[in-house]
Write a protein that binds this ligand. Sequence first.
Ligand code: BV8
Ligand code: ZN
Length: 241
Amino acid sequence: MSDIKLTSDFINKISESEKIVFFTGAGISAESGIPTFRGKDGIWNKLKPEELANFNAFLRNPKMVWEWYNHRKKIIHESKPNAGHFAIAEFEKYFDDVVVVTQNIDNLHRRAGSNKIYELHGNIERNYCINCRTSYNEELDFSEGVPKCKCGGLIRPDVVWFGEFLPADQLEESEKAAIRSDIFFVVGTSAVVYPAAGLVYTAKRAGSYIVEVNIEETEISSISDISFFGEAGKVLPAILE
Ligand code: BV8
Ligand code: ZN
């Protein structure tokens, strides 16, 4: 049995709950070998988000932005879901309403078998033309430089950059799930990026029981009903035990 201390309050809460939301960030994929953004090994430490994850940077230097995403895609393709992703998928066996709301673009929740997933910041496997928005989700051809659409427009990754709106349907459904949830897990996120991080406060205001799973304190530790400080790949399976 792991050394994760489950309080009786938590055990009672989880046993009387039906609707569970897992709100996840880069930290849940850290144990799959995918670097986080702001942690010690964070990728934003070396690069500034403004220089890469924004539309103007893409227009100025599409080749550089694509090099960064192709580099991350390579890491993601070499990675696998970890025990944290699988534990979240397994919750569906014991609860009839489990929703994953992820800020991650790595597709690992889907690969781990979760069924109800909202992707707030897009998905690195999808692309579209900046002109006519035609989707290009097969392997792109970089032999002639940055891939272009039949209409001549540049093709970009289908991810949400800074200053861009989140997909309205994904955000709306996530807000509804947060409001109706009995328990709202916040897993592996620094909770500094909005409007995604606002979902924690939406759930709190609606009376959800906030459970934080992180290796360190974050912006939302103070509003969590309970915080499990440890790696998601260890904490989440221990909660299921
Ligand atoms: C927008 C791109 C409307 C894809 C990303 C208030 C309201 C609205 C907007 C704002 C606002 N205030 C500021 C803004 C602007 C901005 C923002 O929030 N800036 C922040 C930095 C202050 N928001 C936006 O621009 C958003 N758009 O609001 O549009 C609009 C439109 C026009 C004009 C004005 C407004 C768009 C935000 C999305 C940006 N895109 N990524 C990609 O390339 O990946 S953000 C990036 O950060 C990723 O998507 C990532 O998912 C997200 C959040 O980071 P985390 O996932 O939390 O990762 P992080 O590294 O920070 O933390 C990891 C955590 O895991 C740590 O806590 C660590 O301790 C923990 N951990 C590590 N290992 C483990 C672990 N935990 C458990 N187990 C482990 N093993
Ligand atoms: Zn086009």
